[in-house]
Write a protein that binds this ligand. Structure first.
Ligand SMILES: Cc1cc2nc3c(=O)[nH]c(=O)nc-3n(C[C@H](O)[C@H](O)[C@H](O)COP(=O)(O)OP(=O)(O)OC[C@H]3O[C@@H](n4cnc5c(N)ncnc54)[C@H](O)[C@@H]3O)c2cc1C
Length: 385
């Protein structure tokens, strides 16, 4: 980036906060599979999670570029924003598609951190990449919808007051286009958990707090439907670009985390009487990963710039996520190799992040689906599905 970094102050603020949560904090949580309560509280109190909420609703009113810098720094400092990043962007569906009354009801308490809206229930056991084939059904009965079905991989549901839920309101054979007939709801989990909403945590290779969610005759008032009935898929699609840009930034942060540590280690670790970093066999993978991280970083800022200017950014947001997820993985591999055997040791900084950064090639959207999007929508190749 030519000239001084316009985000310097923002970065320094986040770094200062993150310094209170060093590698040891994250490692212990990882070992106990525990939720980073203290970190999330600090992020909330600092106002970072309200970055994208406009000032009239009590948020900071920042752009996606700034929001992405916040998450990037968390990752560069060794943290993992997955515990709370959705609090930043899930509310976007209400902001963009909610009624004035819904915005007034939800956004100020979310901005103040009094309400956590950080669970987003889309994926189902039979519908991952293929969202329009979801089966969870919402049936209108008077002034409420009655919702039954099952979700899977609903992250942070146990640490959220509200959950955004996509459900089918019209059977697939009665809609004009695939993707129609789905509706979006804000579900108040308080009072419903253990009654009409049952949660079964999924243990994963990372400390992610994700779960299966079973819905049995869950009642949601009509006024908690976001957007038009049947148009829920459209309501979440525009939010996906924001999600992709933010995830790309997290990957850039991970990439730099790996490079910071691997470079320091390569300078200090001596083998055959000289630092291992003096060998080109050690230098080049790090240099290559560095170049890829920087290239992905540029695409992240390009996508954010377009989004913040109100311009279409689907291709750029998808490419940013694709390139950044690959770059962070390449940096992870280069770092692990640089650390040699110690790369595998829990007390060294690489192995936890190595596991964590692998996720981004699968979720929230897998690399193949991004490539298919580019092939179909940008290159104009025949649709494969
Ligand atoms: C830790 C974690 C947290 C998550 N959090 C959430 C969450 O909070 N909310 C939520 O709704 N979901 C969440 N997900 C789900 C995530 O979005 C899905 O895992 C992802 O969309 C892929 O869906 P799937 O796992 O069903 O894979 P599938 O759709 O079954 O795909 C399996 C593989 O086949 C490939 N594939 C499928 N179709 C094609 C095709 N046509 N062409 C080429 N390749 C194809 C895919 O790329 C993938 O590699 C989470 C997942 C994980 C692992």
């Amino acid at each position: 980036m030519p000239g001084p970094d316009p985000y310097r102050e923002l970065r320094e603020g986040v770094r200062k906060l993150c310094a209170r949560f060093p590698d040891t904090y994250w490692r212990e949580l990882d070992e106990q599979q525990a939720y980073p309560e203290a970190f999330v509280r600090a992020m909330t109190e600092a106002g970072y999670l309200a970055a994208l909420i406009p000032p009239e609703y009590g948020g900071a009113g920042l752009g996606v570029a700034e929001a992405s810098v916040i998450l990037e720094e968390v990752h560069r400092c060794g943290g993992n924003a997955a515990a709370c990043h959705a609090q930043m962007y899930v509310m976007g569906a209400i902001l963009r598609h909610g009624t004035p009354e819904q915005k007034q009801r939800y956004l100020p308490p979310i901005a103040r951190g009094e309400l956590r809206l950080q669970a987003f229930a889309v994926t189902e056991p039979e519908a991952g990449s293929d969202t329009p084939s979801i089966r969870t059904t919402a049936v209108r009965r008077g002034d409420r919808y009655v919702i039954s079905g099952q979700k899977v991989w609903t992250s942070r549901v146990e640490h959220s007051d509200l959950m955004l839920l996509l459900a089918r309101t019209t059977p697939p054979d009665q809609v004009r286009r695939r993707g129609e007939g789905l509706s979006l709801f804000v579900v108040d989990l308080r009072g419903n958990l253990g009654k009409t909403v049952h949660v079964r945590p999924i243990r994963t290779m990372i400390n992610h707090h994700t779960a299966e969610v079973f819905l049995e005759d869950l009642e949601v008032p009509v006024e908690d439907r976001i957007g038009e009935e049947g148009q829920g898929f459209r309501c979440i699609l525009d939010g996906m670009n924001v999600e992709r840009i933010l995830i790309a930034a997290e990957c850039v942060g991970d990439g730099d985390y790996f490079l910071d540590r691997a470079v320091a280690y390569a300078k200090e670790r001596r083998v055959f009487g000289r630092p291992i970093g003096q060998n080109q066999g050690v230098q080049f993978p790090l240099a290559q990963a560095y170049a890829r991280v920087r290239a992905a970083d540029l695409m992240r800022f390009r996508a954010a710039e377009l989004y913040d200017a109100g311009l279409p950014c689907g291709p750029e947001a998808n490419m940013a996520k694709l390139l950044a997820a690959e770059a962070s993985w390449e940096a992870a591999n280069a770092a692990l190799q640089t650390y040699g055997g110690y790369g595998f040791a829990r007390e060294y900084p690489v192995e936890r992040k190595f596991r964590e950064t692998r996720l981004y090639q699968v979720a929230p959207v897998s690399t193949n689906l991004v490539l298919a999007y580019l092939a179909h929508n940008v290159l104009g190749l025949p649709r494969s599905y």
